[in-house]
Design a protein around this ligand. Structure first.
Ligand SMILES: [Mg+2]
Length: 486
């Protein structure tokens, strides 16, 4: 047993720093040989925090084990299982807000804040694990109780456990990172400066190194897309690797339905599931603020109905019993919403066939011009088939073309894209993130509002279902496609 008061003790290759006022000892591994805390090994550069009763082994797997013993036992932390919570919290809560130096920088469309003393900038410190948090509804909530803050002073720390828990993580060697979506700043840049000040005030409460990523546009950096995490890993982590298994993300956008708390209080459903999906996309553990800070049991949640991981790349366009091409002149009416891959299918799978004429409202400008053009080709050509590459969601839109085929006694088929609404929305978002092209979502909603399932009774010879087969430029875009993006 050894006694520690307020001084720094160097023993061989391990550094101990006791703070008797809060009843803990910071231990740092300086040498190459592993030491151990409570039989868990520590490697060079790692820091942990010890409490009364913890075991310290100066060499891992050795008999040189000591027990930390404060002569006057602090009123908290008397057992390894009882970590300081309330007292430490109260102590920290009394601190004045510490002004931070201006360390903001702009990186692509992100705003990034780096505390001056971020640990990855120190020598001999290896960053293995990230403790990441959402901001609004997670670390802070509004003082006013409103969903959105009235002004930049309308915030308070969410739970009394928040500050001490974050400080403890930092002392245990986690790098603390905040990822927050703040699209309002992108819409009005005059919001940027007050928001920065607010963040600095919040960070001042923690008195520990914190890095903050602020997404201000609706782009790849907006959660649940993984851009903020990728920026951290590639540009803002001091070239250190991240251990995903030990890293985690905590946020209140968790997809929980409306519920009643143990005390009978009505709780609204979560505003989104973007935090949970962000963690899934990155591949790290996820916790809600209640699970993480209050040790509440895991709550029920609902994942989106469409899982992009289930989209198969190795399927055929159509079932084997159907044929893409017929040996005679015919009319093909496409049915599919924007984002269903319809036009990609037409231009890559049908247009290559020399005897097919593609007719598209996007090119001709009106439905009437499409009708005139289809009629002209089918009347004048002996072998040219016609494909109507419009969305054609309802019977009426299809009837105009079916009538032409009937009047000319030409066979007619409907090709319908086998894509549900959520899948089309995902494709639309993916296209925006990768090609900066996006259709207003209302167009997809409108398509499905009008949609009437095609039927042979409309007077067509066959209905062929076309599978969506994704095509990717490279493995990076494929990986992005397989993530939750909405
Ligand atoms: Mg939130």
């Amino acid at each position: 047993m050894f006694k520690i008061t307020n001084f720094i003790l160097f023993i061989s290759i391990v550094k101990f720093e006791a703070d008797y006022s809060v009843g803990h000892v910071l231990v740092e591994q300086l040498g190459n040989n592993k030491s151990a805390i409570n039989n868990q090994s520590m490697i060079k550069g790692e820091k942990r925090i010890l409490y009364h009763g913890d075991k310290v082994s100066l060499l891992f797997n050795s008999n040189y084990t000591y027990i930390l013993n404060f002569i006057t036992t602090p009123s908290y932390g008397v057992s390894p299982n009882k970590r300081p919570t309330e007292n430490l919290n109260q102590k920290i809560a009394c601190k004045k807000i510490r002004p931070c130096e201006n360390k903001w920088e702009k990186w692509n469309s992100l705003m990034v804040y780096n505390s001056q003393d971020l640990v990855h900038k120190e020598k001999c410190i290896y960053i293995f694990k990230i403790a990441a948090f959402d901001l609004d509804g997670t670390l802070i909530v509004t003082k006013s109780g409103k969903t959105f803050p009235c002004d930049n002073d309308d915030w308070k720390i969410n739970f009394k456990e928040v500050i001490s828990t974050v400080i403890k993580l930092s002392l245990e060697g986690y790098k603390i990172v905040i990822f927050t979506n703040q699209k309002a700043i992108g819409c009005n840049s005059s919001n940027a400066m007050p928001f920065r000040k607010k963040v600095e005030n919040i960070i001042g409460m923690f008195n520990t190194p914190i890095q903050v990523f602020v997404s201000i546009h609706d782009d790849i950096y907006r959660k649940p897309a993984p851009g903020m995490w990728n920026a951290l890993a590639s540009e803002f982590n001091g070239d250190k690797l991240i251990n995903l298994n030990e890293s985690f993300y905590c946020g209140d956008g968790a997809g929980r339905p409306a519920r009643v708390s143990n005390s009978g209080k009505q709780i609204k459903k979560d505003h989104s599931i973007c935090d949970r999906l962000f963690a899934m996309n990155v591949g790290i553990n996820f916790f809600t603020p209640e699970e993480f800070f209050l040790k509440a049991p895991t709550e029920e949640f609902k994942l989106p109905v469409f899982n992009p991981k289930n989209v198969m790349s190795n399927i055929k366009d159509i079932d084997s019993k159907s044929k893409l091409f017929k040996a005679f002149k015919e009319m093909i009416i496409m049915v599919g919403c924007p984002g269903s891959g319809k036009s990609h299918f037409v231009s890559n799978k049908l247009a290559c066939h020399g005897s097919i004429k593609i007719i598209s409202r996007d090119v001709l400008g009106s439905a009437q011009k499409c009708i005139n053009e289809a009629k002209k080709y089918l009347e004048t050509s002996t072998s040219l088939s016609v494909v109507i590459d419009n969305t054609n969601p309802d019977k009426l839109s299809r009837k105009r073309f079916i009538d032409i085929a009937k009047s000319l006694k030409i066979p007619c088929r409907i090709f319908i894209m086998n894509v549900k609404k959520e899948h089309a929305m995902h494709n639309n978002r993916f296209r925006e993130l990768t090609e900066k092209k996006r259709l207003a979502e209302i167009i997809i909603h409108t398509y499905f509002t009008k949609f009437e399932e095609p039927s042979l009774s409309e007077g067509v010879d066959e209905i062929v279902r076309i599978n969506f087969v994704p095509h990717f430029k490279n493995s990076k875009t494929e990986a992005l496609y397989k993530m939750y993006l909405i």
